[in-house]
Design a protein around this ligand. Sequence first.
Ligand SMILES: C=CC1=C(C)c2cc3[nH]c(cc4nc(cc5[nH]c(cc1n2)c(C)c5CCC(=O)O)C(CCC(=O)O)=C4C)c(C)c3C=C
Ligand SMILES: [Fe+2]
Ligand SMILES: [Fe+2]
Length: 363
Amino acid sequence: MPFFSAEPAYRHGTPTRTAVLLCNLGTPDAPTPAALRRYLGEFLADHRVVEISKPLWWLILHGIILRTRPAKSAAKYRSIWTDGGSPLAVWTEKQAKLLRGWLGEAGVPVLVRHAMRYGNPSIASQLDALKAEGATRILVLPLYPQYSATTTASVFDAVYAWAARTRSVPELRFVNHYHDHPGYIDALAKKIETHWREHGQGEQLVMSFHGVPERTLHLGDPYHCEARKTARLLGERLGLAETQLRVTFQSRFGKAKWLQPYTEPTLIELAKSGVRRVDVVCPGFTSDCLETLEEINQEAREAFLHAGGEQFHYIACLNDSPAWMAALSDIAQQHLAGWPLQPANPGLRDASRERALACGARD
Ligand SMILES: C=CC1=C(C)c2cc3[nH]c(cc4nc(cc5[nH]c(cc1n2)c(C)c5CCC(=O)O)C(CCC(=O)O)=C4C)c(C)c3C=C
Ligand SMILES: [Fe+2]
Ligand SMILES: [Fe+2]
C-alpha cells in the first residue's frame, strides 16, 4: 500500500480545470434514529465542535448522548423532512447547481460541486471527484457567512486531512467569511422587505444566529463580532432604529454558558412585555434547516404565542433567492481572481505540443 493515494497518471491533453467546492454542515441521510446516530456520532466527535477533554467527552458522547439524542432528533427531522430529503441537503444541492449557472453566465467556466462536513456527500469524496474531472485549482467556499472555528475551520480541517493523504495536491484557496459582503447583506434585506411588503411589518425584528459556547469568544473566535456586524449592517440597510431589532443566539447545546441573549427566552420576554407581533429572521443560515424550520418556526413560535404574543412571522432563509445567488457568484469571483480559468491552449495539437507531451510535459 502506498502511503499516499495512488492516482491515475496524468492524461496527456486533459485540460486543467478550476473548481469551486461549496461546503455546508451536513445532515442525516434519513430521519431515523440509526441515521441520526451515524450523523451525530461523526458531528459531535469533532473536537472543533465540542472542545472538552477527549476521553471525558468520548464517555459522555457514547454513554449518554448517542443513546438518547438520536431518537429525539429523528422525530424533529421527521417534522421538516421533504420528498426530496432533508431541507439543508435540498437547498445546498440547488445552490451549487444555480451557482454553476451564474458563474457560467458571468463567463467564469469553473466546475462547481457541493460537499458536507458531516455525512454525505463528504468533502473527501467531492475533492476526489473534482480531481478526477481534472481540477488542479480548487476554491473552498463554506456556506457560513460568519467565521467560526466550530464550523469554518472544521471544513478547512477536512480539506487539509484529504490533502495530507493525496499525492498530487491541487492548488487550494479558502474563503474565511463574508459576513459584511454588500451582496449578502442586500440579499437578506430584500428577503425581509419582500416579507414586509406582503405581510406588513412587525413591531420587532429578531435576528437569530446559531450560538456557540461563550468561552470560544474569550478564546478569540471572531464569530460573535461577525454576527453582530452582520446584524448592524442589516439593520442600517433596512433603516431600523436600535429599538426595533434584537440580536439573539439559538440552539444552545449542553449546560455551559453560550452566547447571549438566547433566542427563545428573548421572545418570551418580548411577548410578556406586550409585543404582539415579531418577525424572526436567521441571517447566519444560508439555507433553511432543522435549526430554522423546527427550532425557530415551530418551537420558538409556540413559546412566543404561549407567552401571550399574537403573531409570529418567520422569514425564510436565503435559500435559492436570486440576490443571494448573485452575491455568492460575486464572492466566488472575488476569490477566484488571478487564477487561470481556461485550460492553457485548449485543443492545441501542433508538433511542438506533441513533442512536449511525449516527454511528459503537462498542459
Ligand atoms: C455541540 C455543539 C454545537 C456547536 C458549537 C454548533 C455550532 C454551529 N452549528 C451551526 C449550524 C448548524 N447546526 C445544525 C445542527 C446541529 N448543531 C448541533 C450542535 C452544535 N452546533 C447539533 C447537535 C445539531 C444537530 C441537530 C440536533 O440534534 O439538535 C444545523 C442543521 C443541520 C440540519 O440537518 O438541518 C446547522 C445548519 C453553526 C452555523 C454553528 C456555529 C456558528
Ligand atoms: Fe449547530
Ligand atoms: Fe463581539
